[in-house]
Design a protein around this ligand. Structure first.
Ligand SMILES: NC(=O)c1ccc[n+]([C@@H]2O[C@H](COP(=O)([O-])OP(=O)(O)OC[C@H]3O[C@@H](n4cnc5c(N)ncnc54)[C@H](OP(=O)(O)O)[C@@H]3O)[C@@H](O)[C@H]2O)c1
Length: 244
């Protein structure tokens, strides 16, 4: 890519989204940041916004209509589209009967399908697709089955998608991350050991790798970005609301 890439960042209103936006904006990428939370988008616009380089657009990308509107805006504003960084996600812990499995699947998995279908026809050779999974997809823990199942669906689909699109030069990869070290996570999990967690900035640096030429040979990878986390670690802790 000779010109700086144009990337659609969905779910940019979360903590990972901000770190990714900050780092890729610094690299000179052109970014459209989307989310439903207009206050948060306005904050991001004030901090990182530069017309023609970093812009925001309010959309609910969990729907096909919202996803198409977001991709249309990216192409319309920047004249092209080179990739999608799909950060929309939702977490819920608790016994299976109280979990909203439909919502978890819609937010964590189907939103990725909608966003990808909207973006894919616009991508050229070298296009980039980045998604976010969890190690719980492989190692589901008690009270986290709904979230684990939704992330497992996402990661299986990303691996299949990667084979579908790689022959046209499009890279589909996922980051597999554990709980990030954010002020909200520290507030919700006072007993967790955040020395074992990753920071949003560390995650963002892997996104930069997966959207840059350093990963030209990487297709269909599930990249663990888990800090010093292990399933016996204090970071795993009990689910929220189940503290000793
Ligand atoms: N942070 C972590 O510790 C962690 C750990 C493992 C995996 N991940 C995954 O990494 C990705 C980024 O993490 P993050 O912490 O930055 O994400 P996040 O804050 O949990 O979610 C990102 C965005 O998703 C959108 N979203 C949430 N629920 C939604 C719903 N019901 N309908 C539509 N949109 C919804 C929200 O944007 P709007 O409200 O503006 O629409 C939110 O800002 C997510 O996929 C997450 O599951 C995160």
């Amino acid at each position: 890519m000779s010109e700086s890439p144009v990337l659609l960042l969905t779910g940019a209103t979360g903590p990972v989204g901000e770190a990714v936006a900050a780092l890729l904006a610094k690299r000179g990428d052109r970014l459209l940041l989307t989310g439903r939370n207009t206050d948060r988008l306005a904050q991001l616009e004030r901090t990182y916004g530069t017309p023609g380089q970093v812009e925001t657009f309010a959309a609910d990308v969990t729907t096909a209509e919202g996803a198409t509107a977001a991709a249309d805006q990216a192409e319309h504003r920047f004249g092209r589209l080179d990739g999608l960084i799909h950060m929309i996600g939702s977490f819920q812990a608790g016994p299976s009967p109280i979990i909203d499995h439909g919502r978890l699947l819609a937010v964590n998995f189907l939103s990725a399908v909608h966003a990808t279908h909207a973006v894919l026809p616009r991508l050229g050779n070298g296009g980039r697709l980045v998604y976010f999974g969890s190690p719980l997809a492989q190692e589901p823990l008690a009270f986290l089955g709904g979230y684990a199942a939704a992330k497992a669906a996402l990661l299986a689909w990303v691996r299949a998608l990667s084979h579908e699109v790689k022959d046209r030069g499009v890279h589909a990869n996922a980051i597999v991350m554990t709980m990030a070290d954010t002020p909200e996570a520290r507030r919700d999990r006072p007993h967790a050991d955040f020395g074992q967690a990753v920071t949003p900035d560390q995650v963002a640096r892997v996104v930069a790798f997966l959207t840059g030429e350093a990963s030209d040979g990487v297709y269909g990878a599930l990249v663990p970005v888990m800090g010093k986390f292990g399933f016996s670690s204090a970071l795993a802790g009990p689910p929220p609301g189940k503290r000793p």
